[in-house]
Design a binder for this molecule. Structure first.
Ligand code: IMP
Ligand code: MG
Length: 183
């Protein structure tokens, strides 16, 4: 499959950054870490919509624990290419997670505000444990010092798109991850 040399969306240009092969390779690694930690448990995976839907689909299949469930929540903080700083729960959790090992699946940890807010919300429901898996982490953007338990890629604090990540709702369909081009 061909990888587009560049992608333009809303007047911004993006260039290839992480290929689908590299993504698949790191997902295998993260999946085996999670499987090792939770194979004797009946974990609940919580995919954070919208951005993590593609990562969660691939990661969940790769983890391969049949005695587990996956469910979905939605949080929102971004407008365009920058965070508003306010994290909103848009779709809440319906499942009972009391006494369960929970793994949050996110697309990206930027300031860490969403992660911290979610973990705080989930802990109110008395799970046995809460772990956090992310496809991407921008450690230099942190406003919280939050460090995910599982990270596929640590990246610089630049805007990226593709493989579930959007710009104003667009380009989530891209099979590879693209980074904003520096002019
Ligand atoms: P945080 O609360 O600042 O950590 O932001 C987390 C959310 O911001 C992520 O779940 C994404 O939806 C969004 N986000 C942060 N950086 C990017 C990016 O580079 N591309 C697309 N979305 C991003
Ligand atoms: Mg997200």
């Amino acid at each position: 499959m061909e990888i587009d040399k560049q992608v333009t969306v809303n007047g911004l240009t993006f260039v290839p950054y992480l290929t689908r092969d590299k993504i698949a390779e790191q997902i295998k690694r993260v999946a085996s870490e999670i499987r090792n930690d939770l194979k004797d448990s009946s974990p609940v995976f919580i995919c954070v919509l919208n951005g993590a839907f593609m990562f969660a689909a691939d990661l969940y299949r790769e983890i391969g624990i049949n005695d587990s469930v996956i469910t979905f929540v939605k949080y929102s903080s971004y407008e365009g290419t920058s965070t508003t700083g306010k994290v909103k729960e848009v779709i809440g959790l319906k499942e009972d997670i009391e006494g369960k090992d929970v793994v949050i699946i996110e697309d990206i940890v930027d300031t860490g505000l969403t992660a911290v807010k979610m973990i705080e919300d989930l802990k109110q429901r008395n799970p046995k444990s809460v772990r956090f898996a992310t496809l991407l982490h921008k450690p230099e953007s942190s406003k919280t010092g939050f460090i995910p338990d599982y990270t596929a890629f640590s990246i610089p604090p630049k805007f990226i798109i593709g493989y579930g990540l959007d710009l104003d709702g667009k380009v989530r369909n891209l099979k590879d991850i693209y980074i904003i081009r520096e002019e």
